[in-house]
Design a protein around this ligand. Structure first.
Ligand code: MN
Length: 207
């Protein structure tokens, strides 16, 4: 039995159109995400083989591979849950209050998050995260699937800025993809992650 398994989506591949097309969703989930799942499982197997053989010559590459593929699996699993058809709008309740407290107001938060996404050099992600140490919301800019983030931060809202996430629909116009993203944010899911992160800390990724 593989350790990591590709999760089913809560909606059809076509459900997020016109913001994200069915073509992108099918490729992104069934090919790209699936490849991260396979890569993470394969890397665990290779690390087990290395331990059995007492041969750690490739340990640096394997640890990098594990971070990359497991990061990819984790990020995409959360990303799918962060999206929903007929969603968007603004958060409510304690999440809305926390966004006001730590970013000034929703518009400032949205501008900060959007700039973080748009500014990525190469492939990466923008995250709204709960920082367990400071007990506050922060925005993070990931490089690739795993770099440039603090180990004790918990992703709440994630935006995939790899070209595979938008290029078929938006070509080089990343700004239109980010604008479309705000129309399909599942704030109920983000709020549930925020509640769990504050209550249970880093154990609560809520897949
Ligand atoms: Mn992706």
């Amino acid at each position: 039995m593989p350790v990591y398994v590709l999760p089913e989506l809560d909606y059809d591949y076509s459900a997020l159109a016109p913001h994200i097309s069915a073509t992108i969703m099918e490729l992104h989930h069934s090919k790209h995400h699936a490849a991260y799942v396979a890569g993470a499982n394969t890397t665990l197997d290779k690390l087990a083989e290395a331990r059995d053989a007492g041969d750690f010559a490739n340990v640096n590459r394997l640890e990098k591979d594990l971070a990359f593929h497991l990061g990819g699996h984790t990020n995409h699993s959360i990303f799918w849950k962060n999206l929903a058809p007929q969603a968007g709008g603004r958060p409510e309740g304690e999440l809305a209050a926390a966004i006001d407290e730590y970013f000034g107001n929703f518009d400032k938060f949205q501008a900060h998050f959007t700039a973080t996404a748009m500014g990525i050099q190469g492939s990466g992600w923008a995250f709204l995260a709960y920082d367990v140490v400071g007990k506050r919301l922060i925005i993070e800019q990931l490089f690739d699937q795993q770099s440039n983030i603090a180990a004790a931060s918990i992703p709440l809202l994630t935006l995939d800025m790899w070209e595979h996430a938008f290029y078929l629909d938006y070509k080089n116009v990343k700004a239109d993809y980010v604008t479309a993203f705000w129309n399909i944010v599942n704030w109920a899911d983000v709020s549930a992650r925020f509640d769990a992160a504050r209550t249970h800390g880093s154990a609560s990724l809520l897949f």
